[in-house]
Design a protein around this ligand. Structure first.
Ligand SMILES: Nc1ncnc2c1ncn2[C@@H]1O[C@H](COP(=O)(O)OP(=O)(O)OP(=O)(O)O)[C@@H](O)[C@H]1O
Ligand SMILES: [Mg+2]
Length: 707
């Protein structure tokens, strides 16, 4: 197909450095003495640059499977992250190009799929659901959809040795015709038919991916996590690969796709990657310890040591190159092992283990030798004269429409909640428990003398206001803490945009935040013996709901703002206790310290408490005396009516809800590098534009030939 231009990724002088904390001068018992040590924590922390990648020049060619090899800590993941646009913390220098067009990690992200070293998948999803989610939310680029995913998949399977694998016992596509859900049957409109067609496509592609990666046996098993064991580590890895495979991105980066797999499965995965590359795509994978058979599948090899390139070129040329260095590979040994044992760690016999300077020098030497070698010169020519075919708009990765994202995420969220019933059951348990507890502690308060009654009602209502707010905060903090990594990984992977995620989260939580306070109020109101009046009961319940909504937004805001649960748990009391103190019961807010009094105006507890207090005491007679209004005057709960107070609670809920959204947006942009729409458009235009002048000038002949 004309639109599937092969994409060549090149980089020149690519360096990457991060800032790390400099080792403190006050360490140990040196000159600083006691004074120094006391001052140390307050001294300005100084940072120093740590260079991880040192001036890398190279290229990844389309139609070839490139493997990155190197010892642990040599910078393989860093290089892959940088090219896939998943690394933001450090400083990048040097150039990156796609088919001669200036690019960056951020723009490559629009073209490339990425399987990270640690995959995070929602634990309650099954393998099949996780793969189908990827197909639904990240449809393949337009250029490949018709070509590959509908009719070409069988060919791809065959090319990947699926038939042979099937004979050897690898599961074949199992259920090509999964029974339709019953509710879909009656709707027979055009839209429904289209949807069914779409679903069939999703099922088919999903089934193929499952078969290709040998996931048949665990396709209906939940993914699970460390706390709740599900599929095995290797199966999770293959699920993550399948999730990327189905998107048919023109470039694929994979970090250790074969680690944790047995030799046979690893070979199968490598064969899949090879067949993907064979269809004209650019596939780059970090591999550890490739077997001899897997090694034979590799087209190009990049060997990294200490962030330097020791070799980059055809796999077949490695043995000759190493022999030219005077370190010939024995006939029956695995060249991949040989390069580690004889070249990377040999150090010419001079280095002592752990001496970094020597290792770095050694790596520098090797990088220089490689650059000057014939292979190095050939590679430089490839970098200088890259593939120049234009990047076509249809090659960019696609996302599904916002409404489809919302629908899918809401469905998944509901399913997640139902599969994780402990959370809902705990919430239900809390509502019933606290309803009964407070009900029985203050049982029949209305029969007591006036003073006792006033004190007890005030206390009980304050507890009701506080607990409604706090229970909602805690439930959302714990729920989001577990989902945070999943959210980051998925938004990084381009599964969905924040608005859809945020709205779906609200749609799932809303019923819970409404039903729980209704249960809580229904139990507590009548046991407490509050005024026997239907309208007052409704006001009491509505206030409780408003406080729950406010707690929900507040919790979401905290969870989105702070990096981990322990930080949230430190921040929570700091922000919550002032609200609690100025809630209207503990301090007579009308007489409190003037310059702190403003806190009451942002305390949702104060507004909620005031609403239910006025609801109870306004026009309240005790023993035939109209003492209610006088009591309200004494406790000074402010001039606003019940309704206005409830509106204030809702307004605070809305304000924190907006703050939570903004905080989540910041989180997504900061830790996963999601960009605004205008920035994305600019990056696309750059890739679709003309190639860099230096390539056109140098490569005029090739350019005219391409036209
Ligand atoms: N943000 C960072 N801050 C400080 N050091 C870092 C940072 N990122 C990477 N490093 C360091 O850079 C080096 C390369 O890390 P990288 O994760 O790329 O290694 P790797 O080759 O993928 O290793 P492995 O095979 O173990 O996965 C390591 O020494 C690591 O400690
Ligand atoms: Mg790594």
């Amino acid at each position: 197909m004309e639109h599937t231009a092969p994409l060549q990724v090149s980089f020149e002088n690519l360096s990457y450095s991060v800032k790390v904390r400099a080792r403190s001068k006050h360490d140990g018992s040196g000159s600083g003495g006691i004074l120094g040590r006391v001052r140390a924590p307050f001294a300005r922390t100084s940072y120093e640059d740590k260079t991880i990648l040192h001036g890398l020049t190279g290229t990844f060619r389309p139609g070839r499977l490139t493997a990155i090899l190197g010892p642990s800590g040599s910078g393989k993941t860093t290089l892959l992250n940088l090219l896939a646009g998943h690394e933001q913390s450090g400083t990048v220098t040097g150039g990156i190009w796609v088919n001669g067009r200036p690019a960056s990690g951020a723009s490559l992200r629009l073209l490339a799929g990425y399987v990270s070293q640690d995959d995070v998948i929602l634990p309650t999803q099954t393998v099949r659901e996780a793969i189908e989610m990827s197909i639904i939310l990240r449809p393949p680029p337009l250029s490949t959809e018709s070509q590959e995913t509908s009719d070409g998949i069988a060919a791809l399977g065959a090319a990947a040795g699926l038939r042979a694998a099937g004979e050897e016992g690898l599961p074949m596509p199992v259920s090509m015709e999964v029974p339709r859900p019953a509710q879909d049957a009656p709707k027979e409109g055009a839209a429904a038919a289209r949807r069914r067609g779409k679903d069939a496509h999703v099922e088919q592609t999903g089934a193929h991916a499952i078969a290709l990666l040998g996931l048949g046996r665990c396709q209906d098993t939940r993914v699970g996590d460390s706390a709740d064991k599900g599929i095995s580590g290797g199966e999770r890895k293959r699920t993550a690969i399948a999730q990327e495979w189905v998107t048919q991105a023109p470039i694929m980066f994979l970090d250790e796709p074969t680690s944790g797999l047995d030799a046979y499965s690893a070979l199968m995965v490598a064969k899949q990657l090879k067949s993907i590359a064979a269809r004209g795509r650019t596939v780059v994978a970090v591999v550890h310890q490739p077997s001899s058979e897997m090694f034979e599948l590799i087209d190009d090899l990049l060997v990294l040591l200490e962030g330097r390139i020791v070799y980059l070129g055809p796999r077949a040329g490695l043995v000759d190159y190493v022999a030219a260095l005077g370190l010939p590979c024995a006939m029956y040994s695995n060249p991949a092992d040989h390069i580690f044992n004889a070249v990377l760690f040999a150090h010419g016999g001079v280095a002592t283990p752990g001496s970094r300077a020597t290792t770095a020098e050694h790596a520098d030497q090797l990088q220089l030798m490689w650059r000057q070698s014939e292979a190095g010169v050939q590679l430089q020519a490839l970098v200088d004269g890259p593939e120049l075919a234009p990047v076509h708009a249809s090659q960019f990765r696609r996302t599904s429409p916002a409404l489809a994202q919302l629908r899918y995420l809401t469905w998944r969220g509901a399913q997640n909640a139902l599969r994780n019933p402990l959370v809902i059951n705990m919430r239900l348990g809390q509502a019933v428990f606290f309803g009964l507890l407070i009900g029985f502690i203050f049982l029949n308060t209305d029969d007591r003398p006036a003073d006792v009654l006033k004190q007890n009602f005030s206390g009980a209502l304050f507890f009701v206001a506080t607990s409604n707010f706090l229970l909602a905060v805690l439930s959302v903090v714990t729920a989001f803490a577990g989902e945070r990594l999943v959210f980051l990984r998925e938004s990084q992977g381009g599964y969905y945009a924040l608005p859809a995620y945020f709205l779906s989260k609200n749609i799932i939580e809303l019923p819970i935040q409404v039903i729980m306070p209704i249960i809580y109020s229904s139990i507590s109101y009548w046991l407490l013996g509050l005024r026997h009046d239907g309208v007052k009961f409704i006001v009491y319940t509505v206030t409780a709901i408003a406080l729950n909504l406010c707690g929900f937004s507040f919790g979401l805001f905290l969870a989105a703002t702070f990096e981990d649960v322990s930080a949230v748990m430190t921040a929570l009391p700091i922000m919550f206790l002032p609200f609690f103190l100025f809630g209207g019961l503990l301090v007579n807010t009308g007489n409190s310290t003037v310059w702190l009094r403003w806190i009451q105006w942002i305390s949702p507890i104060k507004y909620g408490y005031t609403a239910i207090m006025k609801n109870q005491f306004a026009g309240f007679y005790i023993d035939g005396q109209p003492v209610g209004d006088a009591y309200l005057d004494a406790v000074q709960l402010g001039p606003f009516s019940v309704g206005v107070n409830i509106v204030f609670v809702l307004a605070l809920a809305f304000a924190t809800w907006v703050a939570a959204y903004l905080s989540l947006m910041r989180l997504a942009r900061k830790s996963s590098g999601i960009h605004s729409r205008s920035r994305t458009r600019k990056l696309r235009q750059e890739l679709e534009g003309p190639p860099d002048a230096r390539f056109v000038a140098r490569d005029k002949g090739a350019d005219t030939a391409a036209e």
